[in-house]
Design a protein around this ligand. Structure first.
Ligand code: NAD
Length: 463
């Protein structure tokens, strides 16, 4: 099929490369000239494991192309994916301006040559399917000079479906090829059937697995969930809200563990083995972040507010998380007493490992708070240092190239992002350079005994 994907960010680029790998002719439209320039040269402008090689391979095969011409890409396409950003506005509502511009532009580019499916892949609030349909229609009308306005029968024919994305940064390619489910919300059976055909190789796992995204053993089938538009939109928000709530729940119990002398790691294991609860997302620590959880929980609360519907669980999910980010500061105060004039080294900046994404990253909140309290802050992240320099020019921290440089003259190290390399650091050597021997393990991933044996004080979260 001919596919157009608008927005070549984390979601759009991975979607484009996967659909191209499956043999579709994909054109990814990107408006940011720097991003487009890099992609045309075969360079992925952000860090996602395996994506660089994957994009190069699919581009060289001729199935994936990049352009800034939305008009020609839309005209050639059978299916048009909208994958632009929907960041939060200061009041918590999602900023839908990118979707609005794109939807109108699609309308302006449509012609009557075939019936198109327009897919909302961006995470958008309930009702956006209908809203996008209206905007596309406006685009269609605006593109036609009034005297020559086409009759209803000649108008370009299209339908809007919702196909929320559930990939996780850090494992985006694997998540796209081997998802837990594919959700399509539509009111048009023909469109649903076409979407099913597009995803058939993934649904029935009939494609040859790429070498860098091996098929998990026994993985044979992906549920294809068909819903109405509003339900598909709500599934995406509810899934993220539930995951965020699970982490906040673990963090709330972690605080109680510290009071009563219990260990959240043991508690989480004990409750996670109950299949109704599950083990994932029960890790206590400095809380959740990233481009999706905070914005999607806020957007869900905003939708509920429009209907005067109370969302106490969601509010608690957010407030526990806000408190949790600063738990490491409390621990630093307990150990060091005075933070003014101290030097704190942050291990990790990105919101989670295997990505360079700093959107709503706990490390950034912690760094700003420490600076506000008069401490000096150093940081080392295996991939995000440069991005942090560019995206947070006012954050006066010293960036280091390795853990040894970071530890030098620090009064404490705080592990914020659980990068694999941090789990095997030589703490004995690091301790030699430190001014005060303290490690705060903000993700409960370090080996406490190794750290104590290295002569350092260890503090985790919830134990
Ligand atoms: N990042 C994730 O892990 C993730 C996971 C699931 C869902 N989502 C959702 O997917 C959507 C996209 O997220 P993302 O992280 O890929 O965002 P992103 O900001 O990384 O990418 C969006 C891209 O769209 C481009 N763009 C904006 N306006 C454009 C236009 N008019 N024409 C062409 N390109 C345009 C931007 O330049 C950017 O490259 C969001 O709604 C997000 O909530 C993200």
């Amino acid at each position: 099929m001919d596919i157009c994907v608008i927005g070549a960010g984390y979601v759009g680029l991975v979607t484009s490369a996967c659909l191209a790998y499956l043999g579709n002719q994909v054109t990814a439209v990107e408006a940011n000239p720097d991003r487009l320039g890099s992609l045309k040269k075969g360079l992925v402008p952000f860090f996602e494991p395996g994506l660089q090689e994957f994009v190069k391979e699919t581009s060289e095969s001729g199935y994936l192309k990049f352009t800034d011409s939305l008009d020609s890409a839309v005209k050639a396409a059978d299916i048009i994916f909208i994958a632009v950003g929907t960041p939060s506005l200061p009041n918590g509502e999602p900023d839908l301006s990118q979707v609005m511009v794109v939807a109108r532009a699609i309308g302006g580019a449509l012609d009557g040559s075939k019936r198109r499916i327009i897919v909302n892949k961006s995470t958008v609030p309930v009702g956006s399917g209908n809203w996008v349909e209206m905007l596309v229609s406006q685009g269609v009308q605006n593109a036609q000079p009034v005297p020559a306005r086409a009759s209803r029968a000649e108008n370009p024919s299209f339908t809007v479906v919702s196909n929320p994305e559930f990939l996780r940064e850090g494992s985006a390619i694997t998540d796209s090829f081997y998802p837990d489910r594919i959700v399509v919300g539509a009111s048009d059976e023909q469109a649903t059937a076409t979407m099913k055909k597009l995803y058939e190789p993934i649904i029935n796992q009939t494609f040859d697995a790429p070498s860098f995204a091996k098929r998990p053993e026994g993985f044979k089938h992906v549920p294809f969930v068909v819903t109405d538009l509003a339900s598909a939109e709500l599934i995406k928000y509810s899934a993220n809200a539930f995951l965020a709530m699970k982490i906040s729940f673990a963090n709330e119990i972690a605080g109680l563990c510290e009071k009563v002398g219990a260990d959240i790691r043991q508690v989480a294991q004990g409750i996670g083995l109950d299949y109704r609860i599950g083990k994932a997302f029960l890790n206590a620590g400095v809380g959740w972040g990233g481009s999706c959880f905070g914005k999607d929980v806020s957007a869900l609360m905003q939708v509920a507010k429009e209907y005067s519907y109370p969302t106490s669980l969601l509010e608690a999910t957010v407030s526990v998380n806000e408190r949790q980010r600063l738990v490491v500061i409390k621990k630093l105060q307990e150990e060091l007493k005075i933070l003014k004039g101290r030097t704190v080294g942050l291990l990790g900046l990105s919101f989670k490992p295997d990505t360079d994404d700093l959107r709503d990253a706990p490390a950034i909140t912690i760094a700003y708070q420490l600076l506000k309290m008069g401490a000096s802050v150093k940081a080392f992240d295996p991939v995000s240092n440069d991005k942090a320099r560019v995206q947070h020019p006012n954050l006066e921290i010293t960036y280091c190239d390795n853990a040894a440089e970071l530890a030098q003259d620090c009064d404490a190290l705080v592990l914020v992002t659980e990068w694999e390399v941090f789990k095997n650091l030589d703490f004995k050597t690091l301790a030699k350079g430190m001014r005060w021997p303290l490690i705060i393990d903000g993700r409960n991933v370090l080996n406490e005994q190794d750290i104590v044996d290295a002569g350092l004080t260890y503090r985790g979260v919830g134990h």
